[in-house]
Design a protein around this ligand. Structure first.
Ligand SMILES: NC(=O)c1ccc[n+]([C@@H]2O[C@H](COP(=O)([O-])OP(=O)(O)OC[C@H]3O[C@@H](n4cnc5c(N)ncnc54)[C@H](OP(=O)(O)O)[C@@H]3O)[C@@H](O)[C@H]2O)c1
Length: 332
């Protein structure tokens, strides 16, 4: 990959990651660093994260990345245009992994990259890494958890002409899907309790869902960066595997050599709980909506983009590997 910092440099070139220390940002960042896909990796982080106390997870992450000698860390406020302009200098590609609360900040991030006279940024990957927010022409525009991402896509459609933009759509993270919520009222959402050998599954448990594991999200972002021609201007739909809640249960039972207790949440019941939790302003309402979309088949595609990105099944994690982590207590 080219290492030039000029605006005509080949992408990905120098890569700036925003939201690197977040839940999924850390997988994406580690994968980018270890792959060598970027000529240079720069992390833009908040002063509070940069000042995280020794021994804290964010301090450990930043120290580990800096110790590779391949990473520069710059600090700033994601909502301060001067900080962003300074961070963009010499960068060719921006990968955002900003969290749900700051998704709309990306509109200014995109505008600055697009309009700044001196901008060397050519390619922008906004924070997505989740359910396809345009999975259904009728339903998608109304899904509450997707409104901010839809606004970012609308801004890109209406205002971005020069920059190339790619969304990496991974579906649910299987690692997170496996965990049963610690909030009792939210457990009807589904999940697997290893200690209690108890599962809650949506519907009859036979509905297929497409998942990506958290480490595989990093692999797919690297694959997108390696294949600009396949990634430019696309919402790439990628996944590690397609499986069912019952197949996951069987894998848990196999790996724990025991029969589990199973409860079912019918889809209609899930829809009812979804509505009630939004009305009551519950923080877990988003989870109900997402599980309903997944239960209705919103993660199933005729064809994924895995192949066009050069990703083969054997490059990806298997169900047994991901369940194994959960059984060992090393999962999400
Ligand atoms: N598919 C799934 O199952 C799934 C699950 C969870 C999330 N996601 C998606 O993954 C993406 C990232 O989510 P996440 O949960 O990983 O994010 P997160 O951990 O909540 O936040 C990521 C980073 O964003 C920065 N940040 C957060 N709030 C900020 C603010 N107000 N101002 C400035 N910076 C802020 C922080 O970076 P610094 O600490 O470095 O400053 C933070 O570490 C989202 O698009 C989300 O929808 C998908």
């Amino acid at each position: 990959m080219a290492s030039s910092t000029s605006s005509s440099a080949a992408v990905p070139g120098n890569v700036l990651i925003i939201g690197a220390t977040g839940v999924i940002g850390q997988y994406i960042t580690s994968a980018i660093i270890s792959s060598g896909v970027a000529a240079k990796v720069t992390i833009f982080t908040s002063p509070s994260t940069a000042a995280a106390a020794p021994g804290t997870p964010k301090h450990k992450l930043l120290s580990e990345w800096k110790s590779t000698g391949k990473v520069h860390v710059v600090t700033g406020d994601v909502n301060n245009a001067d900080d962003i302009r300074a961070a963009y200098r010499g960068q060719n590609t921006v990968v955002s992994a900003l969290g749900r609360d700051s998704l709309l900040s990306q509109i200014e991030l995109l505008r600055i990259a697009e309009e700044d006279q001196d901008s060397s940024v050519q390619w922008f990957l906004p924070s997505e890494y989740g359910t396809d927010i345009e999975y259904d022409a009728v339903k998608s525009p109304h899904e509450k958890p997707h409104q901010n991402k839809l606004k970012v896509r609308a801004f890109v459609r209406d205002h971005i002409k020069r920059l190339k933009v790619t969304y990496v759509v991974t579906g649910p993270y299987l690692d997170m899907f496996l965990a049963l919520s610690p909030v009792p009222e939210a457990q009807a959402n589904g999940g697997y309790d290893v200690a209690g050998k108890r599962a809650v599954v949506v519907g009859d448990g036979e509905g297929k869902v497409g998942f990506t594991s958290m480490p595989d999200v990093g692999k797919f972002v690297v694959a997108a960066l390696r294949h600009p021609e396949a990634a430019y201007g696309k919402a790439l739909k990628v996944q590690s595997l397609v499986t069912t809640p019952n197949a996951i249960l069987q894998e848990f039972e196999k790996q724990t050599s025991s029969k589990w207790q199973v409860e079912h949440t019918p889809l209609d019941k899930l829809r009812q709980l979804e509505e009630q939790s939004w009305q009551a302003g519950k923080p877990y309402a988003t989870g109900f909506t997402l599980r309903r979309i997944w239960g209705e088949g919103g993660t199933l595609y005729e064809k994924t983009d895995n192949e066009s990105l050069g990703v083969k099944d054997e490059d990806l994690e298997s169900l047994s590997t991901i369940v194994g982590r959960a059984v060992r207590g090393e999962g999400w």
